[in-house]
Design a protein around this ligand. Structure first.
Ligand SMILES: Cc1cc2nc3c(=O)[nH]c(=O)nc-3n(C[C@H](O)[C@H](O)[C@H](O)COP(=O)(O)OP(=O)(O)OC[C@H]3O[C@@H](n4cnc5c(N)ncnc54)[C@H](O)[C@@H]3O)c2cc1C
Length: 544
């Protein structure tokens, strides 16, 4: 008798997996933005893009999010351990990112900013890494940003900088002074207040050359970092501190990890609730200057939130376009069905804008130290761009998911992970309203510079109209009530301006028409882009 066959059907009309792609060379808008605002080293970025777009990296990302971190509070005999264990895939991702300098490449060996185009070059890499795995980028971004706050303590910075700048990832649980490389985290948010850090109740008591910190943090991510910048109330007010995991005598410092958050996404990354029981810490900046000190760090983490959200949108778009080109419905590829082309093209236009905008912002960071206009750009637009890009991403990724139909809702497609990851970028490092209020504050602090910035951004009729309205709102007595509308407009105008500097004129003009001119519905696919333009946008988005 013949063996029964288990081949019950042929599998066909499924799109091939989207992997082993060069994330740089397959992304025309990114290449153009890097060329215009850098320029960056295309060959090196392509090597990075091939590595991060490989099937192997996608697999590491899947594993790191399937086997999530575990808190080991005690050992078998009841002694405290306070360590978090990660899957080897997480460590492999960290080693890749650290090896590429994502955690430090914008700094020179002495902790001073690296010359342009360091920000743009790193941002291109960060954008590509975020397409593959967002969770591990949390300690990566905090480590690179911490240097900006440590700048006020040159002696401390000189000691830590060689270990931070190292390209060796060293996950061992030892004092940072003995390690080949280190990572840093940040502890600001307490139970009674995250945005309002002045409500922090954690105390700092001077004790000779250091302080003893007692209290808690309600969110402290990446708790296996080697040190944290922590806010606490010192005798003269809220102050920033450097809190290592080990005391100088080699004993484990008094950070008690209470619990790991059970989060919507960001699952490869651990986020802890922690208590400090007279933990050893060094002051960073003057007493009472905690917010001013740590804001230097937060400015950079906000930038990274925007870059990574743009990256996630890019990956969602690429998945959607790729699938639609291979999947036939009613004898025609989805990518050739007019209603689907309208959706994909509208999304491609949004990614063009987000990508141009974050890279333009990085150029401002690259030049801010020597160019007042660029400094004003970074000051006013960092919160506006974080607001707009990070809040666009979740709905965008959902729409991309739907392009894949049922497959998009299933984990193997990667879209569910992107979808769960996206909202956190809008929440942490200053949530939506807080970003809008920050724009108001930046405008209020230097109205002249802000007015000049708005004038520079408004380089076409539609933008001039939008900016005139926005400018009025931003400086009106009811600005807070209308802040979201004004800040969104501001970001869209800035995106149009960025596109006009890096993309073909027809793309910039289309964006201006679709986002500042004609009325548009609230869903992707409701812009009147037209078939020719759709074809161009899709060819630019993902090569056929
Ligand atoms: C996964 C994850 C990891 C995190 N990791 C860290 C970490 O490592 N370190 C750390 O310090 N924190 C961390 N956080 C905390 C995060 O930064 C805060 O949750 C965030 O800043 C918001 O603070 P909150 O939760 O206290 O909300 P609140 O401050 O209570 O804000 C709630 C809402 O009110 C809005 N709001 C606030 N003020 C105003 C106002 N004046 N007018 C209008 N609206 C306003 C906010 O926009 C927000 O939408 C993490 C959070 C998450 C989700």
């Amino acid at each position: 008798m013949a063996a029964p066959s288990f081949d019950t059907h042929d599998v066909f009309n499924q799109s091939p997996p989207y992997r082993d792609v060069d994330l740089f060379l397959s992304d025309r808008p990114l290449q153009e933005a890097v060329a215009a605002f850098g320029p960056g080293d295309g060959a090196a970025l392509s090597a990075f893009g091939r590595r991060w777009g490989s099937a192997e990296m996608l697999d590491l990302a899947r594993l790191a999010n399937s086997f999530t971190p575990v808190l080991r509070t005690f050992d078998a005999k009841g002694f405290r351990r306070d360590v978090v264990e990660f899957h080897p895939a997480y460590h492999a991702l960290m080693a890749e990112s650290v090896g590429e300098g994502l955690h430090a490449s914008t700094w020179q060996a002495d902790g001073k900013p690296a010359p342009a185009p360091a920000q743009v070059e790193r941002a291109a890499r960060f954008y590509m890494a975020a397409q593959i795995e967002g969770g591990h980028l949390c300690p990566i971004t905090m480590t690179r940003a911490s240097v900006a706050a440590l700048d006020v303590e040159p002696a401390l910075l000189a000691r830590v900088m060689p270990v931070i700048a190292s390209r060796s990832y060293d996950p061992s649980f030892r004092p940072w002074t003995e390690k080949a490389g280190m990572t840093l985290g940040m502890g600001m948010t307490e139970k009674q207040g995250g945005t309002d850090v002045r409500a922090n109740t954690t105390t700092a008591t001077p004790d000779g050359d250091h302080y003893r910190i007692t209290g808690h943090k309600w969110f402290m991510s990446a708790p296996m970092c080697d040190a944290f910048l922590v806010l606490a109330q010192a005798p003269d007010g809220l102050t920033c501190f450097f809190m290592p995991r080990f005391r100088p005598d080699g004993s484990v410092n008094a950070l008690r990890l209470q619990r790991l958050k059970d989060k919507l996404g960001n699952r490869s990354n651990a986020s802890s609730e922690v208590e400090f029981a007279e933990a050893y810490a060094l002051r960073v900046g003057g007493e009472g200057r905690g917010v001013r000190t740590i804001i230097q760090m937060v400015q950079l983490t906000r930038l990274d939130c925007a870059i990574s959200s743009a990256g996630m949108m890019r990956m969602a778009l690429a998945q959607a376009v790729h699938h639609a080109r291979h999947r036939s419905v009613f004898q025609k590829h989805l990518a050739d069905q007019p209603a689907m082309r309208a959706v994909l093209a509208d999304m491609a236009l949004e990614v063009e804008a987000a990508t141009a905008l974050v890279m333009r912002l990085c150029r401002a960071f690259d030049l801010a130290a020597t160019d007042e206009n660029e400094a004003a750009y970074a000051r006013v637009l960092t919160p506006a761009i974080k607001y707009w890009v990070c809040k666009t991403a979740p709905a965008f990724i959902y729409e991309a998911m739907e392009c894949l139909g049922g497959n998009g809702y299933v984990e193997d497609s990667i879209l569910p992970r992107l979808y769960r990851e996206a909202p956190v970028n809008a929440i942490w490092e200053g949530s939506g309203n807080v970003m809008c209020l920050d724009v108001l504050r930046a405008v209020g602090r230097d109205p002249e510079a802000a007015r000049a910035l708005l004038a520079r951004l408004a380089d076409n009729d539609a933008s001039r109209g939008a900016i005139a309205e926005t400018g009025k709102i931003l400086t009106s007595p009811t600005a807070e009530m209308h802040a979201r509308a004004a800040v969104e407009r501001l970001a869209v105008v800035a995106a149009a301006n960025a596109l006009s500097q890096c993309a073909p004129a027809e793309v910039a003009d289309l964006f201006i028409r679709m986002r500042l001119g004609e009325r548009r519905g609230t869903m992707f696919g409701s812009s009147a882009i037209g078939d020719d333009n759709a074809a161009k946008l899709l060819r630019r988005a993902v090569p056929e």
